[in-house]
Design a protein around this ligand. Structure first.
Ligand SMILES: Cc1ncc(COP(=O)(O)O)c(C=O)c1O
Length: 475
């Protein structure tokens, strides 16, 4: 084979993928809509793809890149003179490290036993992963059922000696709304507890807008760390995020150092050992080229498109926009009992070439948050709002004509009695066959599957979801 043959074979694999460009895939990908951004990122990535950011003394270039990007993030997001930061591989890693730092600080401050984290139910799942990995207990903070913003009163009641961290989102992934950062950070500070702002998705958009309802960044008293992803609205390729900490002391708490082996002395600021420098270099290049003005122009264009989209959606009979979206995300819910089922709507939009991400209904202490569709608007979608709204109107009519997706009652009843921890892989696969998702291929219409997942006890649903991936990842 020639290298060209190999590349042809490789790129042919992408035929079944959702498009990464063009703005129709409204989750997972961030397309600025500007080819030059992509070309520049690709060239920068290629130039650094063999560099190992593990050791900035061997590769001083990566220290410079990291310092420049962290400096830019601090300038944009209210970092004071003591503030520092770290480049990570993505939002999840930034959130993990924020939790790790808080846990270590809590222990250093004399905390014993198991620490807790106060987590609004709308905070990203990465924090649940962090709790799982680092041994914290999650204490759920309810959100207002209408605005979907975290309730400060609940935070006030739940703070205690075991609280190692309070988290807020700017904005939250599921609904795109801004938590009351100032109020909650003040409560946390009053109790001597750090407060992390997860601005992974909004942190490179909100600073450029004029209509942000309230401050949310490191300049807010009580905010001790903040995460922001460059591989989202920094329009860099996958694999780069920033974790900012108000002090070098706090950053030090998520570093790992050992001289306790016969190999090279280890200082790892992140979870990785070897660190890919390609995404960092690409982010640096895109940032250098777009500059503050370039990002501002893009952010405003996307924000205007989001506002127009939200207004258009609110005008579609049977649909409503959840809460007040402050950035570039919109959550769409069924309006009224006879409104449009959004799980069917997602399938109808898929058939029309769009990817709108279904989010199941969620039971929280203050009632059930309805099922929603998540729409991430990017530069590429901004030029297609009219087409999107036209397809949404047609899809809503089609979805209305369908009976509500109801999971098989026999399957739900049987699953309710299961002990998920005791299920073998083979038993999980048997259940998936019964549910119509055996064999690793998902059906074209996913609404009944989402309805089934929502109807199952959470631990059972989680076990079955892992089973689906277990079938997909088979050599
Ligand atoms: C608010 C928020 N936090 C964390 C993450 C996790 O980021 P990643 O997928 O890069 O790990 C996301 C991803 O969408 C997010 O929106």
């Amino acid at each position: 084979m020639t290298p060209d043959d190999v590349l042809t074979e490789l790129t042919a694999l992408q035929a079944g993928d959702v498009p990464t460009h063009g703005g129709a895939t409204m989750a997972y990908v961030y397309d600025s809509g500007r080819d030059e951004v992509d070309d520049l990122a690709a060239a920068a990535q290629a130039a650094f793809q063999w560099t190992n950011a593990l050791d900035p003394t061997a590769f001083p270039s990566v220290a410079r890149i990291e310092n420049d990007l962290v400096g830019a993030a601090l300038a944009l997001l209210g970092g004071g003179p003591q503030a520092v930061g770290t480049l990570t591989s993505g939002g999840t890693e930034s959130c993990l490290l924020a939790v790790l730092a808080a846990r270590e600080q809590w222990r250093t401050g004399g905390g014993t036993g198991q620490p807790t984290m106060l987590l609004p139910v709308t905070a990203h799942a990465a924090f649940r992963k962090a709790a799982h990995l680092f041994g914290l207990e999650v204490v759920d903070v309810p959100v207002d059922p209408h605005t979907c913003r975290a309730l400060p009163a609940a935070v006030g009641e739940l703070l205690d000696d075991r609280t190692a961290l309070v988290v807020v989102s700017a904005p939250s992934y599921p609904h795109g709304v801004l938590d009351p950062v100032g109020e909650i950070a003040a409560l946390a500070a009053g109790a001597g507890v750090p407060c992390h702002v997860d601005a992974c998705i909004g942190g490179w958009v909100l600073p450029f807008l004029d209509d942000v309802p309230e401050p949310f960044d490191l300049s807010v008293p009580g905010v001790t760390s903040l995460s922001v992803d460059l591989h989202k609205y920094g329009y860099a390729p996958k694999g780069v995020s920033v974790l900012l900490t108000a002090t070098a002391e706090l950053r030090h708490r998520h570093w790992f150092t050992t001289a306790g082996w016969p190999g090279y002395p280890v200082v790892n600021p992140t979870l990785a050992g070897t660190r890919p420098a390609g995404p960092m270099a690409a982010a640096w290049a895109v940032h250098r080229w777009l500059g503050t003005e370039g990002y501002r122009e893009l952010a405003r264009r996307v924000r205007n498109a989001t506002v127009a989209l939200a207004e258009g959606i609110a005008a579609v009979e049977g649909l409503r926009v959840v809460g007040h979206p402050v950035a570039t995300l919109v959550a769409v819910a069924q309006d009224g009992d006879d409104g449009v089922d959004v799980l069917h709507l997602a399938d109808e939009m898929t058939a029309r070439g769009w990817l709108l991400q279904p989010q199941p209904p969620f039971a929280q202490p203050d009632g059930v948050l309805p099922a929603t569709l998540h729409l991430t608007v990017t530069g590429a979608t901004a030029g297609r709002v009219e087409a999107l709204l036209a397809d949404l109107a047609g899809a809503a009519r089609a979805a209305r004509a369908l009976p509500p997706p109801v999971p098989d009652p026999g399957l739900v009843a049987a699953a309710a009695d299961l002990d998920p921890a005791g299920l073998t892989v083979a038993e999980v696969e048997g259940l998936l066959e019964l549910a119509g998702v055996g064999g690793g291929a998902l059906p074209a219409r996913m609404a009944p599957i989402h309805a089934l997942v929502a109807a199952l006890p959470r631990p059972v649903a989680e076990r079955l979801l892992a089973g689906v991936l277990g079938r997909i990842y088979r050599p």
